[in-house]
Write a protein that binds this ligand. Sequence first.
Ligand code: HBI
Ligand code: FE
Length: 291
Amino acid sequence: MSADGFSNGPPEGANSDWTIDQGWAGYSDAEHQVWIALYERQATLLPGRAADPFLKGLEALDLHRSGIPDFKRINEELNRLTGWSVVAVPGLVPDDVFFDHLANRRFPAGQFIRKPDQLDYLQEPDIFHDVFGHVPMLTDPVFADYMQAYGRGGRRALDLGQLHHLARLYWYTVEFGLLSTPQGLRIYGAGIVSSLAESIFALEDPSPNRLGFDLERTMRTPYRIDDFQQVYFVVPSLQALLDATLQDFAPIYARLAKTTDIPIEAVLPSDKVFTAGAQTYARTGGRLAAQ
Ligand code: HBI
Ligand code: FE
């Protein structure tokens, strides 16, 4: 069993890099209907909430309403725009495999789609989270460079035993990042943009903190995997996000090793504060409170 809990080899029928054939022709009409239901909800909600690069990517890739997209089709345009491809995998893959794909501009997307009774929440990323949530941003040249830089950084973090710090950078940017724009805060994180409820909560609810992104501060901040985030970090531009990663992380990891984590709900005097959240949602039981 490897460090991250995977049996050593890829599952039966998968390639050595854990990729599988998407088998697009094999999706049932019911599965296409789940995609359409999820797509319609988000496509209605996101104008005015999602960042322009996301909305432009959604258009460019024509992740249209007629069902689960065929990776062969979207890869033609995605390759042309930024050299990225989407590859199908059975589900979560080992960290080193994941980073190697990203470092080579391949985004591993789950091949399966959630069940109709899981529209609002599932723990493991399915094809809607991965393709609707992550892939449109890969049409943006700056973000495309950032994701490749993350892949390269991930391999190095594994070597240095620092993955837990780097995973926070990924979580608070690629998954749950917000962008500051002249029109207000906008969503670029896949975990938010693929979720109906969190697309609203992340921008409008008074509970969470919304703080200016700072590389080391963010890497010292734990995150929630089971519920809405208690803090969202805001970048001034995607370029600023990319610039923050184009440096040697070894000295950063050395400094982090001497620091403690920052409590998830804390607002520091050094923070650029967009919202000092009331944390009401988290304090009243979170997901349970929402029911
Ligand atoms: N595998 N398919 C897949 N998708 C992910 O987002 C993913 C993964 N493996 C590891 C992983 N993410 C994270 O643990 C890394 O960011 C550390
Ligand atoms: Fe994701």
